[in-house]
Design a protein around this ligand. Structure first.
Ligand code: ADP
Length: 467
């Protein structure tokens, strides 16, 4: 098998300290795959340049080769803040009310995809497997085909895929989807998103889908499949058992002085259902006066995409809502919602998860949701907490023993919080055992083997040793 060429909007390399702890599971897995196969991780440096030159900054770090390019301010505006995060992200999360359709954005998106293709093209050798990631780069495979790349090229989409009728609101949607059919493998997080995609291909393009979910298009065959992503289970459980995690766990517990802890950990994004979550917790407190002063919601929400207006708006809304709810339920020695806008090292996060009796993961729409899996992995198996999970997160398809909720129903979530806090130990343990097995067995390396196996056209998958 050839090398791997991983292409994503941004590149995440191991830090000099080699701290897997500072990275997400995806970066860890891709780094280990690159180490195993050899290859290059290509993407945007995150830096601006006055004029695009296509200059490649090649670096070698801990056996991983990365190649990055700088983009012009207009590129960043139109491609990243524009088409990716103001058009595709909201549309793919079923928010056409927030979706902006702007010709400049789509032109910028095309231009930057061309720039990616132009810069990565000379790096691709015969037999390399090319693996493109996410909604930023949907047409990249077809542009590479146009340049004569014959290699196997795969796409993995980390977000949901929207229903056909929503996608039809996007100008030039046919062209975008047709460009995706130039890949050899298209991977989705769950069968739900896969089915939406296949529905589109059948209804809007009039194409037949074969029994194995492959599609024949212009003399080529593309396979569409679900590959649910997981966490680096071994690393996360190790982090949860470590000293830093234990200290974080103890400090958090001591700070609430015997109260029950509910935890939420999310990027500050409107798809995460944070406003509805706060309302549900407030309803729970109002419905159960006996719980007044006995349960705390710790919501950790580092800001993201602050250049986009809808993200500024959600941030303001949440600040107002937190103030309002805390005003209504606080006492001189008690604040019900601790709302924290910052990130924490993963070891500390693991400790916070472990300290919490309830994990509240209630996105309105989410491709997968890794926080749900991290919460499970961090629990003490002898006294595990309860996961409350949105039925609209991709993870709900795997994590059936969580308490599944409709995050739009404040009443339902409030009742479920009560149920979780009252759940007897034997039921908690029984549910946790099954959840843990799923999170452990379908970890990020499993996902990696499955995808790379399919891309290499080796359906048995193949082994990539964990880092
Ligand atoms: P998304 O990819 O939409 O942000 P996921 O739940 O799939 O959502 O992944 C989020 C990742 O970011 C998780 O690995 C989580 O631990 C991490 N994360 C989220 N908030 C924080 C935070 N405050 N500090 C550190 N890591 C965070």
């Amino acid at each position: 098998m050839g090398r791997l060429i991983v292409i994503s909007n941004r590149v995440s390399v191991p830090s000099a300290a080699g701290a897997a702890g500072a990275q997400g599971g995806l970066a860890v897995a891709l780094n280990s795959a690159l180490r195993e196969h050899g290859g290059i991780w290509f993407g945007w440096s995150g830096q601006e340049t006055a004029e695009f030159t296509g200059h490649l900054d090649m670096q070698r770090n801990e056996d991983i080769t990365t190649a990055t390019i700088d983009l012009e301010p207009q590129d960043i505006d139109e491609y990243y803040n524009g088409y990716a995060n103001r058009t595709l992200w909201p549309l793919f999360h079923y928010r056409i009310d927030l979706t902006e359709y702007d010709r400049n954005f789509s032109e910028g998106y095309e231009r930057v995809n061309e720039r990616f293709a132009h810069s990565v093209f000379p790096l691709i050798e015969a037999d390399d497997l090319v693996w493109v990631h996410d909604y930023h780069l949907l047409p990249l495979g077809s542009i590479l085909r146009g340049k004569g790349v014959k290699n196997r090229i795969g796409l993995f989409l980390h977000t949901p895929w929207p229903p056909t009728r929503l996608l039809a609101s996007l100008p030039f949607h046919e062209r975008l989807v047709a460009s995706m059919l130039e890949y050899d493998v298209i991977g989705f997080q769950t069968t739900e998103w896969l089915e939406s995609f296949l529905h589109y291909v059948q209804k809007e393009m009039g194409l037949a889908v074969n029994l194995d979910n492959s599609i024949d298009y212009k003399g080529r065959r593309v396979i569409a499949r679900a590959f649910p992503i997981g966490i680096d289970f071994a690393e996360f459980t190790q982090a949860a058992a470590g000293e830093e995690a234990q200290e974080a766990c103890q400090r958090l517990k001591a700070s609430v002085r015997g109260r029950k802890i509910l935890i939420g950990v999310d990027r500050l994004d409107y798809s995460k259902g944070l406003g509805e979550r706060f309302e549900s917790f407030s309803r729970f407190l109002a419905d159960h006066p006996d719980m007044a002063g006995r349960a705390v919601l710790l919501q950790i929400a580092p800001p993201s995409r602050g250049d986009v207006a809808s993200y500024q708006q959600i941030r303001e809304d949440l600040e107002r809502k937190t103030g309002h709810i805390n005003g209504a339920h606080a006492d001189f020695d008690f604040v019900p919602i601790r709302y924290v806008n910052r990130g924490y090292p993963r070891s500390q996060l693991a400790g916070f998860y472990r300290a919490a009796e309830v994990g509240l993961v209630t996105p309105l729409r989410d491709g997968m949701n890794l926080v749900a899996k991290e919460y499970i992995a961090a629990q003490d198996p002898e006294n595990p907490g309860v996961l409350i999970l949105s039925q609209f997160a991709g993870a709900a398809i795997q994590l059936k023993e969580a308490l599944l909720v409709n995050p739009h129903s404040v009443e339902h979530v409030a009742e479920t919080i009560k149920r979780a806090l009252d759940m007897p130990l034997d039921e908690r343990k029984r549910r946790h055992q099954r959840l843990l097995a799923s999170v452990r067995d379908e970890d990020v390396f499993h996902w990696l083997h499955q995808f790379v196996g399919a891309l290499a056209n080796d359906e048995r998958g193949h082994d990539v040793a964990p880092a």
